[in-house]
Structure formats: structure tokens, C-alpha cells
Design a protein around this ligand. Sequence first.
Ligand code: SF4
Length: 369
Amino acid sequence: MMADGKDLGQHVERLRSLSFDIGTYRPPSEGGSDSLLLRVSENCPWNRCTFCEMYKGQRFGYRAPEEVRADIDRVAAIRDEIRAVSSKLGMGGEFTRELGTALLAAGRDLAGNPSFVTVFNWLAAGGRTAFLQDADSMSMRPQEFTAVLRHLRQTLSSLTRVTTYTRSKTLFKRKPEDLLSIREAGLDRLHVGLETGDDEVLALVGKGVTSAEQIEGGRKAVAAGFQVSMYWMPDLGGRERWRSHAENTARVLSAIDPHYIRSRPLVPREGTPLYDEFAQGRLHLSSPHERLEELAAMITGLEVNSKVCFDHPMNSWSDRRGRLLFRRDYEGYQFPREKPLLLERIREGLAVDESMHVHARRLMAVQSL
Ligand code: SF4
């Protein structure tokens, strides 16, 4: 049955009235615009890492569980409105590009409505994944977090994967039984900024955790059944500490054996304490070849069954043909099988003239600031 303009107008009015809280950040591997974004807390409870600009100047806050549940209900209401329009237009309740065009023709302003856009894109991609924001969802009280997760899974039953950011220190502090009940309530994957496993560098950058705590927290998360995705930051120790940074990062990651290890090379961000150190000449960044040598030391020491990924543009070293040295995909290199291949790729990058690395040009741009 085809809808008349008045019918669509009513749906558009309802869509305009529905909104929920969406934060800024998510990992690139969480589906581009395909993941539903839901905020369970606001900003970062730690907010002291010297390299991080993400939540600077913004106060951390827990969101009341009933507020989060109400947001989940609003997502469901948006989904139901969109589905009703699809049915009325004879599209069988499917979420297609044509449906989006019809909705925007009836209400052009919906294109600038983040709640509508997020839910529509999520549905069009199959409605499968959700990412819970902001920086440390596991800092919520476990009982409240499990209640929110259960409501999420019951209300949005198309979800097959729910993921979030958390801190190593929070995992370290959580009881194993709490981690297990959060896992069982429907949280699948944790993204953790490890950055380094070197205690000296951890202290220098204000990470607020020791390598022993990282290992214990990471192991507990793996034992509870989470997929664990850990980020390390090449060059965080600068020229002064590159070797201990590499070796201790390999040591900690080998002890945890997470599912994913993702490289995020250091970029000094203006407005951070680390940027000031860099600008005042107290921190010396490594050259592209030196970063590759650091990578070689880290990868050589890595004894894991993880997927090692270079899924960020700052990993843009080149090979002899001018192509990307490392695969950019989210599944990366499967260890231990592809460890020799990855070491071979690093040797290839070291054989390329340093000036050829895109990465080098980016660093030079930073250094000239
Ligand atoms: S814990 Fe994460 S979000 Fe918070 S300050 Fe450190 S790096 Fe930034």
C-alpha cells in the first residue's frame, strides 16, 4: 500500500521529535557509520594521559541507567518509524537507499539530525553492531551496566556484536565474576588503550597503570570471554626509550595474548602536555626508519595468537613500489603464522629511502609547527 504525503509527514514529525545522546569517538574498526553509537557515560574518568586530547576540558559523568535505557527505547522508536514508512511505501520494511531518499524528500532537515542519520545508517547496514561510548564504560557499576546491556539486547535484537572502550586499570580493578556477568549480559568486545608496556614510559605519559596491572586486567578480560582489542603507540618513548618501550610492550602483550593488537603511532596533538614537551625540544620523535626498527623489536618479541593490525593512516610506510607497506584492514596479520611475513615487510620498509615514506612527510609537517 502506498502512503500519501500526509502519512509520511506524520512519520517525519515523529522522527524529528526523537533523539538520543551520541558521543564523538569510536574506533575505526567499529563499522564506520554502520555501528549504532550509544553513550553510557560522558567523557573520560581519567583524562590525564599526556598525549591525549580527546576529552580535555570536559568533565566525566556517569549517565543514569534509566536515561540510557530511555535512549535505547528512543532508538527502537526511530527504527519502528522508519520501518513503518518502508512498509507504507511498499518496500517490505526493508531499509534501502530509496527509503532514505523518500524520507529526506519528506523532511530534508532529517539529513542534519544525528539520531536519525545514525539509526538509518545502522539499519541500512543490517543493524548488527553497536559501540557504547565514551572512554571507559566498564567504570559503570557492574549491576547497572549489566541491566543496561540486557535492555539493549532485548530491545534491539538484531544486534550481533556490542563493543566499547575501557581502561586496563578498570579491568584490573573489576572482580572476575563482574566481568563474567557483563560478558554474559551481551558485551562482546573491549577496546583498550595499552599504549606501552614499559613502566617508565607509562609513568611519564600519566597512564595511571603499571605493566603488572595491565597484564592482570587484560588476562581477566580474556578469561571472562571478551574479545580484547589492544592499541599500542609506536614512538611513545621517543628516541630516548624506544627499545625498552618496544620490548616491554611485546612482553605485556605476549602475557595477555589479546585477540587484536592495533598500531597507533604517536602524533603530538596541540593542546596536550606531550605536545609542549615536543615543541620545547624535550621529546624527540624517531624518524620513519627508526620507527620501523622499533616495530621490528616489538614484533620480534611478540609471542601471541593475536591479529596484528595497522588500521590507521599513521601507519603509512611505503614499500619499494610506493604502495602501503602494511595491509590497512581491520583483521590484520594473523600471528604466529604471519609473523615472518610482517618482519619481512618491515625489512622491505627499511630498504626504501626514508624520504619516500608518506609517514615521513607527515612527521615533517608536525615537526615544522
Ligand atoms: S584513558 Fe584514554 S581517553 Fe582517557 S585520557 Fe587516557 S588515552 Fe585519553
